[in-house]
Design a protein around this ligand. Sequence first.
Ligand code: MN
Length: 150
Amino acid sequence: MIKVLIAEDNAVNRELLRELLELRGYTVLEACDGQEALRIIDQTQPALLLLDIGMPVMDGFAVIRRIRENPRLAKLPVVAVTAYAMRGDEERILNSGFDGYLSKPVNPSSLAAELDRVLTKGIQPAKPDQAHEGQPAKKAGAVGATGSGS
Ligand code: MN
């Protein structure tokens, strides 16, 4: 059984993610804030963390920093789940140690693709375009992170 931890303060979003994950056969753990997420990671060693950015007590950026600073957790796949859909935020997320991100509301097929991608060895870089559906991405000049390969 592959354990996936959802760290998300919104109960409706947690439930949606839980249902999608359970449909795909994952064992789901839940945390309501960043501090609880770190504790559950410590106790249960999930295979993957879906991490909300905006959370009370400790937000997603603080959590990913703690995870990447910890040699034991440095390789834990972490996918941001965020309502921040603008280009600058994508850049910030991908430069903060996340392995990828999904924007809310989470699209089931995007979730499936992202899980498959990060749970297989050799994580490929996230494509900047797969995250925002519905919300117009602001083009704040060329960000240069597109392109193939790396
Ligand atoms: Mn939130």
